[in-house]
Design a protein around this ligand. Structure first.
Ligand SMILES: NC(=O)c1ccc[n+]([C@@H]2O[C@H](COP(=O)([O-])OP(=O)(O)OC[C@H]3O[C@@H](n4cnc5c(N)ncnc54)[C@H](O)[C@@H]3O)[C@@H](O)[C@H]2O)c1
Ligand SMILES: [Zn+2]
Length: 366
């Protein structure tokens, strides 16, 4: 038997559970049944994940008495488009999915966001189950109810808020994740540890080798604690009015770096790592946090194989222009999430441009 841990997400009648365990795919059918789902299930995945986990998942779902259909999409952020969502609709129509049917997303954040948007809109909403198989998807994209796809003019421009009926997190799936993807996911985990005072930071600092070895028992703790932090923020601010912005810690500089380098150079998590190092340096410079916060932030990021500096080829002014272009910029002001200490951050629009530029240079920018 798999040891199972559950995290309940309280959202009134849309409440649901995140269920985590090592080897949990084997119980997927039973979990769907317990959730009260019935009938036909469409599993959406991609060409990389399908050979690894699709047979196991659909087999277990069928064992529990469901009919299954599958759709395998191409792999890559460039396929997070309406054209691929349309393929999901086509499969749903062909398989005669009804309001009571479920769509299951098996994969990373790309598949989760895309299939989630299809589930939110097909027949004005069918049941949606997430089976996240990247660390980023387990702690970030599958939590909080944002689904959607990219437009050629910008990332995540088309989307909805749509909560899943259930999230099934199998820590063993992380074993096959490429090293760089695993580290990029850890950046978001570290972000969660740095924005709120909980036991997560201590866990990450004391169980370094087990985390790096992807020990399923330790990862289960890490993933659930990281989810719990995101949920505490999201439950208070589901529709992103204010508090939820603290989840953007490291993202102001991170997004600028991703955009300026032309996406694909940095993994999102890597850019966020650089951004958190930058936010800490900014905060120290402005006197909002004690000296040492930047050093400690950099140390934990480096411990987990993440970058903390900006390559010289990216000019500070160009990065600042990217920040002004970001869709979240309000009234010409760049918004930063800055640390007060390890475990507490605040939001500010009042960082002078000259200080930002100077800090970007100290991080290595040209
Ligand atoms: N909805 C949200 O709130 C939210 C939050 C953060 C990020 N996102 C989105 O998430 C996406 C990024 O997600 P991601 O980092 O998971 O990327 P991804 O989905 O592209 O997965 C990364 C790579 O790992 C492969 N993969 C997945 N699981 C695997 C496994 N177990 N073993 C081996 N390979 C595996 C994938 O096929 C892919 O090649 C972005 O589109 C981003 O916009 C959404
Ligand atoms: Zn992020």
């Amino acid at each position: 038997m798999v040891a199972v841990k559950k995290l309940r997400v309280e959202l009134g009648e849309r409440s649901y559970e995140i269920v985590a365990g090592a080897g949990l795919l084997a119980q997927a059918g039973k979990l769907l049944q317990e959730r009260g789902l019935a009938g036909k299930v469409l599993v959406v995945t991609n060409t990389t994940v399908a050979p690894l986990y699709l047979e196991e998942l659909t087999g277990r779902i069928r064992e529990a008495g469901f009919e299954t259909a599958t759709l395998i999409l191409p792999d890559g952020e460039e396929y997070k488009t309406l054209a691929q969502v349309e393929k999901v609709y086509d499969a749903a129509v062909k398989e005669r999915l009804e309001r009571s049917s479920a769509m299951v997303a098996l994969g990373g954040g790309v598949i989760g966001d895309l299939a989630g948007f299809a589930a939110a809109s097909y027949l004005r909403g069918v049941h949606f189950v997430q089976v996240p198989t990247t660390l980023l998807a387990q702690v970030d994209s599958s939590v909080g109810g944002k689904v959607g796809v990219n437009h050629r003019e910008g990332k995540n421009l088309i989307g909805a808020f749509y909560q899943p009926a259930l999230v099934i997190t199998d820590l063993l799936t992380l074993k096959t994740l490429p090293e760089r993807e695993f580290h990029a996911g850890l950046a978001e985990v570290i972000k969660h540890a740095l924005i709120m005072e909980t036991g997560l930071y201590q866990l990450l600092s004391s169980r370094i080798q087990e985390v790096k070895d992807r020990d399923p028992a330790v990862l289960e703790e890490v993933v659930l604690q990281a989810c719990a932090i995101k949920l505490r923020v999201v439950e208070k601010d589901e529709r992103e009015q204010g508090l939820r912005a603290i989840l953007n810690y490291g993202h102001t500089i991170g997004h600028a770096l991703e955009a300026e380098s032309g996406y694909g150079v940095f993994r999102h998590g890597e850019a966020v790592a650089v951004g958190m190092a930058g936010a800490a340096l900014l905060s120290e410079t402005l006197g909002f946090c004690p000296a040492g916060v930047h050093g400690e932030t950099v140390a934990v990021l480096k411990e987990y194989g993440l970058p903390v500096t900006i390559p010289r080829e990216y000019p500070a002014e160009a990065l600042y222009r990217r920040m002004l272009l970001d869709k979240k910029v309000q009234r010409e002001k760049v918004r930063f999430v800055l640390p007060r200490r390890i475990g507490e951050v605040f939001i500010t629009d009042e960082v002078p441009e000259t200080v930002v530029i100077d800090t970007l240079r100290r991080l290595g920018a040209g």
